[in-house]
Ligand binder design. Structure first.
Ligand code: ADE
Length: 352
């Protein structure tokens, strides 16, 4: 199929229009690994500063391996899906132990590394090692489903497999890595959800464009429904100390700090009820200082509304599963993004 696919047009377009992204300046295997993991579920504009800071903080696989998990999570703070950061850390330690601190140029060996799936493996082998491999992410699925007018659900494994096979078969023998990355770029910039077909280098061969179907394809069923959460957040303060909770291993917010909260119904609860809960569950006597504005906060498949209230407490009695930390040390900790916003609004308040 590669002979009929307009690779030359695609390449010419890519080489003249590609975005100048930091991981493209020196696509070492490590830089490709980090950038591609960051780019999963996160937009390019958000990833750029994280990638730059990460490469400064952990310039090599070895540097990442010897960093503490807390430092790694802190560098990831705000990107979400924190298992990605934990896997990078574990992966770096594995590579130092088993592969002299280098990513291997071999699919079977790469599969042994935590968190590496077919897409990231394809990207590393293609962009860094220049092997003839496709890297098929959501962008490429969309481009190919439109180009070949595939009317099957691209959320289905069988369709993904078919499109992956198409992707491999259209790659040219020469400089295939340029075509691999060009397909991603095309999906990210032109053949995006709302396609800008007039600017597409492939339009004269694209079956969906030729049949007026670009805005109908691809077909993708939504697999997971959003779950709504309502949380009454108790900010309990004693002098300069706050009561916080560190997510435990295996929990959705593992290794991230949050203010403790109670799950409530959509109507929420009054500060009096929250005060009673604090007494009942943590045996702390507290007095209301201030309620803060609600914060909407989305993570994985959840959408949470956080209703924070600040309370004063006269004694720092120990509370099971919670810890008292002062402002200075809290500034060093990684928070989940909703609770980071609460912490920032706390810092701007004048409460004592
Ligand atoms: N999205 C996923 N991978 C990408 C890459 N290498 N460049 C730009 N956007 C991307």
């Amino acid at each position: 199929m590669s002979s009929s696919f307009p690779n030359e047009k695609l390449k010419k377009w890519f080489l003249s229009s590609k975005r100048d992204l930091p991981w493209r300046q020196n696509p070492t295997p490590y830089a490709v690994w980090i950038s591609e993991v960051m780019l999963q579920q996160t937009q390019v504009a958000v990833v750029i500063p994280y990638f730059n800071r990460w490469m400064q903080a952990f310039p090599s696989i070895e540097a990442l391996a010897i960093a503490s998990l807390e430092e790694v999570i802190k560098a990831w703070e705000g990107l979400g899906y924190y298992s990605r950061a934990r896997h990078l850390h574990q992966g770096a330690q594995y590579l130092v132990e088993h592969c002299q601190g280098e990513l291997p140029a071999d699919e079977k060996e790469l599969k042994k590394i935590k968190g590496l799936g077919p897409y990231t493996i394809g990207a590393i082998l293609s962009f860094a090692f220049h092997q003839k491999k496709a890297a098929v992410d959501g962008n490429v699925l969309r481009v190919l489903a439109r180009y070949f007018q595939i009317e099957e659900d691209i959320a289905k494994t069988s369709t993904i497999k078919k499109l992956r096979d198409f992707a491999e078969s259209i790659l040219p023998d020469e400089e295939s890595w340029i075509s691999s990355e060009a397909l991603i770029e095309l999906g990210a910039t032109i053949c995006s959800r709302k396609a800008i077909c007039q600017e597409c280098p492939l339009k004269s061969n694209c079956q969906s464009y030729l049949h007026g179907l670009s805005d109908k394809l691809p077909i993708k069923t939504k697999a997971i429904k959003t779950q709504y959460l309502y949380r009454a957040v108790a900010i309990v303060k004693c002098g300069d100390y706050f009561l916080v909770k560190k997510g435990k291993k295996g929990e959705i917010m593992s290794d991230l700090y949050e203010f403790p909260f109670f799950e409530v119904s959509q109507e929420g609860i009054t500060f009096k009820e929250l005060q009673e809960n604090i007494k009942l569950h943590w045996n702390l006597t507290v007095h209301l200082l201030q309620s803060l504005s609600s914060i909407e906060h989305g993570f994985t498949r959840y959408q949470a509304r956080l209703d924070p209230c600040v309370f004063n407490c006269l004694e720092m009695s120990p509370v099971k599963d919670l810890e008292w930390l002062d402002t200075k040390s809290l500034k060093q900790k990684a928070f989940s993004s909703g609770h980071r916003r609460i912490f920032q609004s706390l810092l701007s308040l004048d409460i004592d």
